[in-house]
Design a protein around this ligand. Structure first.
Ligand SMILES: [Zn+2]
Length: 702
């Protein structure tokens, strides 16, 4: 072990010798960080440090697993489960820095390293998942777990690891393992084909070129300029081009008066993958669905959905179905009302046609203006970034007593990243929080929360979390601070909710600490958004950046009203897709279906109205056929039900800062959320299962 370590380090030194002749350089990943709070020493990390650290990390991890497997002593919790749980320290240390920075601060060199790492890391993961000897050791502990005098947490960790291996097929006979491996390979190729077809259908196979200025009637200047820019990029200067990417298509549907063109672009959008051309996805999907049934049955489940949901809070597909259908019956009548409202406008304008799916955005926009009248430019001056940040800190302080101390002495990966030390009410250190606000080259789009160090325990010592929030907000200018839109404001509160989850986590074992199922993940984040829009909270933080004036009641009212806009459509469009997803994955016969007929039947069965199309139709439903959301598209609204119900607990107590409830929420739903099943943890906080009514109320569906 030691020899390999020295060899790799020597390689690193030779590489570096060119840069730093004579100076002995130490790879910062090879020892524990010596910085305050053990934050990564960003200022001392060179990109040449990564690869040697990864290679050494993999070797050390392999050696640790070998040691577990070859231990002559009888397998027990400590020598098997705990040793496995705590293995791979160096690999984790370097991975946390590398993968986080590859998202937030990448460059050609980092991307090259990432490409080199990809096969190495997936081989390493396979080596562990398919290690029969390791599984046998874990199974031995699992089988005798009743006799080992384990505490509840140890028991859960044993069961979790056993299940992880089992779900990956470790318990199967060699022939069945081969079948599974073949199925997995086929499925991953099919997912790739699906994605490539969809990409071609979205980006290559259709563009709408406008040559007559009249066809731009109704579009805002910014949208027209964008379309002219796209045309130029496509070598069509002087024309206007719209594509099937949502940022291009949606504004066209929203504003364009030319109804034929609206139909043309939307039809192209919803026919993607279903055009009978070389990028048609129908056959690929039929195969995916069939092979998934086969895979699930190999692993002992009736359907692929049953296999997926078994790991989630919902537990059974029947529970998901019942949940979705409760929401469906509430949302459908509201969507029908919205149709009637739009038809009235069409008739008022003497349109002489019935509302069609491609008309929806256009008439929704008219209703938005007439009924809600919310102008972002009126709002923004009240939402300067620093005010919003202080507002979210204030909410956390009032709920949990924690405080935030700005630090300027810790190394950062970018100069404009802010660093805070988070402290408990009694002054004890809780963790570190990085806030990285602005877009730059090398940062991907969107907003997310991650950690450089997860809260954990090592040799009986608590290791404090180091959390990071990354956003892409408008940068300040010479005369204006960064002013956030309402959407950006709630985004910051949302990501901060994830951060609180990470900061508060207390679990002792890596496998379970803070670990929650897919349909729980967005509870901590979404609940935090609720406080952002509460009038008393808004009055505390939403102050005009120039005058300091508190946001007027009329604007608060507008923010609150706008929550109800178009909710029938939004909910129905989403639910139709979620139900379609479940239908595909509740198939119990491994057979190839006619996907067009399957979708039509599924939508007829629930009575979807002709004015609305599922948010994703089968042939372009990337969440479920290209990504990891098969039988899981429902999780977004599942978490919304949880967050609305949880926030309702605060609301109906008469105090949105109710300290008892906050303490319970922190303990059961954030700190100890990985200690037991999601629903059990939730019930410990709420005293009952969540009700869908608060969400229905919030969306005006009741
Ligand atoms: Zn989130």
């Amino acid at each position: 072990m030691k020899i390999q370590f020295v060899a790799i380090l020597a390689m690193g030194l030779i590489l570096l010798a060119g840069f730093n002749p004579g100076k002995k350089r130490v790879n910062p990943f090879f020892s524990e960080y010596k910085t305050p709070f053990q934050v990564p020493p960003f200022d001392k990390i060179d990109s040449t440090d990564y690869l040697p650290a990864f290679l050494e990390g993999i070797k050390q991890h392999d050696a640790e697993i070998e040691a577990i497997v070859n231990n002559p002593a009888a397998p027990d919790f400590t020598n098997t489960i705990l040793s496995f749980d705590k293995s791979g320290k160096l690999l984790t240390r370097v991975s946390k820095v590398f993968y986080n920075l590859n998202e937030a601060e990448t460059n050609k060199q980092m991307q090259l390293i990432a490409r080199k790492l990809s096969p190495l890391m997936s081989k390493h993961a396979d080596d562990i998942a398919l290690n029969d000897k390791l599984f046998l050791k874990i199974k031995t502990v699992y089988d005798k777990r009743g006799e080992l005098k384990l505490d509840a947490q140890q028991m859960r960790v044993v069961e979790k690891y056993f299940r992880d291996f089992q779900r990956q097929g470790a318990n199967l006979s060699p022939e069945k393992k081969d079948q599974l491996r073949k199925l997995n390979e086929e499925l991953s190729m099919l997912a790739l084909t699906f994605g490539e077809n969809l990409l071609a259908e979205t980006n290559e196979n259709f563009t709408m070129v406008i040559t007559d200025k009249k066809d731009l009637d109704g579009l805002p200047q910014g949208v027209i300029d964008g379309a002219a820019e796209t045309a130029k990029e496509k070598g069509l200067p002087g024309k206007w081009v719209f594509t099937l990417s949502k940022p291009s298509m949606i504004p066209f549907l929203q504003y364009a008066k030319n109804r034929e063109l609206r139909e043309m672009i939307y039809r192209a959008y919803f026919m993607r993958g279903n055009n009978g051309n070389k990028n048609d996805n129908k056959e690929t999907i039929a195969k995916i669905v069939k092979l998934r049934v086969a895979k699930a049955q190999l692993l002992g489940f009736d359907s692929y959905g049953a296999y997926v949901v078994d790991d989630n809070m919902a537990k059974t597909t029947a529970k998901v179905d019942q949940f979705l259908s409760q929401l469906w019956v509430a949302a459908l009548p509201v969507a029908k009302k919205e149709v009637a409202e739009m038809q009235k406008i069409i008739d008022r304008e003497d349109g002489k046609f019935m509302l069609q799916p491609w008309d929806w955005w256009y008439y929704a926009e008219i209703i938005h203006k007439e009924k809600y009248n919310l102008d972002e430019s009126e709002l923004k001056p009240y939402f300067s970034l620093s005010n919003v940040r202080d507002g979210m800190f204030l909410v956390a302080n009032k709920l949990y007593g924690i405080t935030f101390l700005k630090r300027t002495d810790l190394p950062v990966f970018q100069n404009d990243v802010e660093t805070y030390e988070v402290k408990e009410a009694d002054g004890r250190h809780l963790g570190i929080l990085y806030l990285d606000y602005y877009p730059r080259d090398g940062k991907r789009g969107g907003a997310w929360c991650t950690d450089f160090q997860a809260s954990c325990w090592d040799n009986g010592k608590k290791i404090d979390p180091i959390i990071s929030i990354t956003c892409n907000f408008t940068k300040p200018t010479a005369d204006e601070p960064s002013l956030l839109s309402w959407d950006e404001t709630t985004t910051l509160f949302h990501e901060f909710g994830h951060a609180l989850h990470g900061l508060f986590t207390t679990g002792k074992y890596t496998r379970t600490a803070g670990n929650v199922p897919q349909d729980y993940v967005e509870l901590p984040s979404q609940i935090n958004e609720n406080w952002a829009g509460e009038p008393s909270v808004l009055k505390a933080y939403a102050k005009h950046y120039k005058t300091g004036a508190v946001i007027p009641d009329s604007l608060i009212q507008k923010i609150q009203n706008s929550v109800l806009f178009n909710q029938g459509f939004e909910t129905v469009e989403y639910l139709a897709a979620a139900i379609l997803d479940m239908d595909y994955h509740e198939m119990t016969k491994p057979e190839e279906v006619d996907v067009v007929k399957f979708e039509t039947d599924a939508m007829n069965k629930i009575g979807l109205i002709s004015e609305i199309i599922p948010r994703y139709r089968t042939t372009y439903f990337a969440h479920i056929f290209g990504g990891g959301y098969a039988a899981g598209y429902y999780v977004y609204i599942w978490a919304a039900v949880l967050d609305a119900d949880a926030f309702n607990a605060f609301k109906s107590s008469g105090d949105i800062f109710n300290k008892d409830l906050a303490a319970k929420f922190r303990k059961h739903c954030l700190a100890e959320c990985g200690d037991d099943d999601g629903m059990i943890q939730y019930r410990k906080f709420r005293g009952m299962e969540p009700s869908i009514n608060p969400l229905l109320k919030r969306r005006g569906l009741q």
